[in-house]
Design a protein around this ligand. Sequence first.
Ligand SMILES: CC(=O)SCCNC(=O)CCNC(=O)[C@H](O)C(C)(C)COP(=O)(O)OP(=O)(O)OC[C@H]1O[C@@H](n2cnc3c(N)ncnc32)[C@H](O)[C@@H]1OP(=O)(O)O
Ligand SMILES: CC(=O)C(=O)O
Length: 527
Amino acid sequence: MPDDGFHVFDTTLRDGAQREGITLTVADKIAIARLLDAYGVGFIEGGWPGANPKDTEFFERASRELALKHARLTAFGATRRPGVRAADDPQVAALRDSGAPVVTLVAKSDGRHVERALRTTGEENLAMIADTVAHLRAHGQRVFVDCEHFFDGHLYDPGYATAVVRTAAEAGADVVVLCDTNGGMLPERIGRIVAEVRAATGARVGIHAQDDSGCAVANTLAAVDAGATHVQCTANGYGERVGNADLFSVVAALALKHGRDVLPAGCLAETTRVSQAIAELVNIAPATHQPYVGVSAFAHKAGLHASAIKVDPDLYQHIDPALVGNDMRMLVSDMAGRASVELKAKELGVDLGGDRELLGRVVDRVKRMEQDGYSFEAADASLELLLRAELGRPARYFTAESWRVITERRADGGGITEATVKLDVGGDRVIATAEGNGPVNALDRALRAAAEGAHPALSGFELTDYKVRILEGASGTDAITRILITFGDGRGEWTTVGVGENVIDASWIALEQAFTYGLLRGERPEG
Ligand SMILES: CC(=O)SCCNC(=O)CCNC(=O)[C@H](O)C(C)(C)COP(=O)(O)OP(=O)(O)OC[C@H]1O[C@@H](n2cnc3c(N)ncnc32)[C@H](O)[C@@H]1OP(=O)(O)O
Ligand SMILES: CC(=O)C(=O)O
């Protein structure tokens, strides 16, 4: 269990929810809080009680429903309004009565904001901070103070910004968090100011970095290097405008590069799973290129990289992906060499026996096909069929003699699409015709009708994705079309690629391969 000497503070449910496109229900918040708690963060900022009914309800339900194992629930809100006592300010009362053992208070620390946004004096702002901290402390709550616009404020008037930190600490704030609210700072300046503030005040200092200059993670780590012992982050970097410091990058860097025990034992390996689960809950597709957790974070495409990775994966990876629950992936494309193909074949469970001549043939074929418009990066199933064919062991459950599609449109707007396929299935010539709502649907049905008798597993295959990409767009309707088709069978999914001068040709190739590959994988033992 990480000790209280270093805080991983998550604000996904508060600052993360300020991202455009995220709208969380109370149930979403509870589910995310459970994931973060199991992941082992020290604090979960749940929202701003009193600011909206949802956040108020979250805190009511959290006290009853969330039995947090690692994290302490934290309520966020502002210092009292100017000219009122903290005890008489209804929004301070909402924080006090939220049931949260910890409160994070946002306070102004930039003189310009005090004068122009709060419309009060520097002195009154200091009194607002001191009163509010003392009031909540007197009610037994632990208090952190988020100094909004701290770094800009420090550049404008270092004396006043430092006085804010000193006031908060002297009033009983446990941690004074220096915020790069506008996100424009760079790491060197963050490190220097954090060190100066610590030396001047002796306060325990935290960091909250927005990502507007693309430096939130670097700024967080620079602050830690300069002595900050509390890091505020959000899952996948969600947050206001472009976002916050990504929790997963920060935690992985602290654990794996700084050697700090920031999570309970065993939790770091859950990083990728937790990142993806939260992405699902907020309904934003996981960022494929996110450091540490993205599906491409350890995907290797260049042939030279693969040839070194074959000797030792560490030669082209900054960490072992398993440490954060991710996997290395090999991509085969026109940038591949023999080593890429060899490693990819291993990943797919196809033994090429280290045959250099065979590997060279596969590389040449892939490169030629990619030149013609194919892309194997996202179509492992097509690549595996190609490897098997080159090995002289093609997967073949049926052979197409011909296919035909007719689409009829009537003047009244009605119409029909009909496909006929002629197959050789185990030596029998089978002809089947089917109707569909479009050419691909009709071909899909006709193919099943022809082959299902011999291969009943086909009935369990379901099309889950169909992507069309027009290549060489300049040639208009003469363009080449690339189709990626994904099928599933309840146990998993697979993707095939087809290329052709028309969309139906390309779709047929991808469809035929998808059915073939589905039957092939059905022969393998579960898992
Ligand atoms: C940097 C950050 O991301 S901080 C997080 C900010 N999060 C949010 O704003 C989301 C939730 N906010 C809300 O629901 C609303 O803004 C509320 C309920 C908090 C306030 O709503 P309203 O009372 O209608 O005020 P409004 O939003 O227009 O303005 C904010 C007020 O808070 C005051 N204020 C701003 N910062 C502070 C502070 N640190 N201490 C005290 N008061 C503050 C402003 O001066 C302004 O006062 P005014 O109403 O006298 O002009
Ligand atoms: C507190 C906060 O979210 C900020 O200053 O950016």
